[in-house]
Design a binder for this molecule. Structure first.
Ligand code: SAH
Length: 446
């Protein structure tokens, strides 16, 4: 086995749990590692640090997968997936899958399989009909999500299956696809496996994008259940793996404030909360807020495909009459709402990652500041803001500072109700800050 010798002191970060070794941290390579092949990592004194996948075409030259397991073969992946499954059962209860819970089953580095993401969706296949963008208006057109889909076209959830949506984001897992597929099948016994390796980070590993069915059959659409609501998702065509599982618990946390809208000095508090769901995607927050009794939900996103699914999801949960869907750019639309004198009791702000690297931090700060400032202007006094940042580069301290700045500029005070992060199927690995990415603050704006 080829060996990587680290420069002096470069082993410390790795020994504290960080699995990435950058090109400039390596003193020398002994032997000739294969692309994606296993290498032993040693410190400057020659002492063993761990075993890693090697990639000459990436700035992340090696990714540690184990301290002790030499070979990353099928048996290695079976053990890793079983350990990951054990953690989910510990967190969510033994019969997690039987309970219809869709989960991130493998979360890359944090589950000791660098670069491999596996989302497991438990649901029922949907018979298809109608175009993707049915019924969502263009630009800043506003529309009610009317016209419920006939419920008989929705199969009962007892015909459910398990489908995996997988991202191979490092060369190490790319070259071991066959072993990984066998191990996934033996540990999770799915009905089909979809590949969603269409993430931009693939390019940094020197890999092309790849999407398709890897094994078994994958229905065009399935209906999953989350927080007691039903959602139709598109595994091969939706954003990322088809559904943002990391927000599961935060969606429930946000919905709980709908019924507390009487805290707000709202002129229509007898009627119920007016909710704004910015960056709503397929409506994970919107549908739950409507189900929790919101008087109205304004759901805004720039993706027409996501909104078409949201429209279906509103119908699936019989809340179409209370959700208004708008296709728009969030920054422009927030400004428009302010001009129109609109007010809300609960606002959810869940933007995409603004900072994809260190250089983008200042731009990200301005983006988060503007969004949160505008949201504070739109909130009734006593209203609740549920606000997120999902860029790991943008630290919790930076995010809190942005919120404090926005409160100062809008002449509001913030009472922090909850400080939250991603759900437990996206484990945080100590020493590996990239896994601590999602920041959620639920604040009352007074
Ligand atoms: N809240 C969603 C996830 C949001 S992901 C959930 O619970 O699942 C971020 C969303 O922002 C995506 O749906 C994307 O289409 C949308 N988006 C990205 N840039 C946008 C912009 N400038 N204006 C409005 N929406 C945008």
């Amino acid at each position: 086995m080829a060996t990587i010798i680290l420069k002096s002191k470069e082993d410390i970060r790795i020994r504290r749990g960080h699995p990435w070794i950058y090109d400039n941290e390596i003193a020398r390579v002994e032997g000739e590692p294969e692309p994606g092949g296993e290498v032993e990592v040693r410190d400057a004194r020659g002492l063993h640090v761990g075993y890693a996948f090697f990639n000459l075409n990436s700035k992340i030259r090696a990714r540690v997968y184990s301290r002790t397991a030499k070979k990353a073969d099928e048996e290695f992946f079976v053990r890793a997936f079983e350990a990951a499954w054990k953690w989910r059962k510990f967190c969510f209860g033994e019969p997690a899958i039987e309970r219809r819970l869709s989960l991130r089953l493998v979360y890359g580095e944090a589950d000791s399989v660098p670069g491999l993401i596996v989302d497991g969706f438990v649901g029922a296949p949907v018979a298809q009909g109608g175009g993707l963008a049915d019924g969502v208006e263009q630009a800043d057109g506003v529309e009610r999500a009317e016209g419920d889909i006939p419920t008989k076209s929705i199969p009962p959830l007892d015909t459910q299956g398990l489908w995996l949506s997988v991202q191979f984001l490092s060369l190490g897992v790319e070259v071991r696809k066959a072993e990984i597929l066998k191990a996934l099948r033996s540990v999770f016994n799915p009905d089909g496996i979809a590949e969603r390796s269409d993430a931009p980070v693939r390019a940094l590993e020197g890999l092309p994008e790849s999407v398709g069915v890897l094994w078994g059959s994958v229905p065009e659409r399935i209906v999953i259940e989350e927080n007691g609501a039903l959602f139709e998702i598109d595994l091969l065509g939706g954003q990322k793996t088809g559904w943002f599982l990391d927000q599961r618990a935060n969606r429930a946390a946000a919905a709980k404030y709908v019924s507390r809208a009487q805290w707000a000095d709202s002129p229509n508090k007898a009627i119920g909360a007016r909710v704004l769901d910015m960056f709503c995607n397929q409506g994970g927050f919107s549908v739950l807020a409507a189900k929790a009794g919101a008087a109205s939900v304004l759901a805004v996103d720039s993706s027409r495909d996501a909104l078409a699914l949201l429209r279906k999801n509103a119908a699936l949960n019989s809340v179409s009459d209370r959700i208004t869907i708008v296709e728009a750019n969030a920054f422009d639309y927030l400004r428009d709402l302010e001009k129109m004198g609109q007010r809300f009791d609960l606002i959810i702000l869940d933007p995409p990652a603004f900072a994809k690297n260190r250089a983008a931090l200042e731009g990200a700060r301005r983006g988060y500041k503007e969004l949160n400032l505008r949201a504070m202007h739109l909130l009734e006094r006593g209203g609740v803001l549920v606000t997120f940042s999902c860029s790991h580069w943008f630290s919790p301290e930076m995010f809190d500072a942005v919120l404090a700045d926005a409160a100062f500029d809008s002449n509001r005070r913030l009472h922090i109700l909850e400080e939250r992060t991603q759900d437990l199927d996206h484990p945080i690995l100590s020493g590996y800050d990239e896994s601590r990415y999602l920041k959620c603050r639920i604040v009352q704006v007074v």
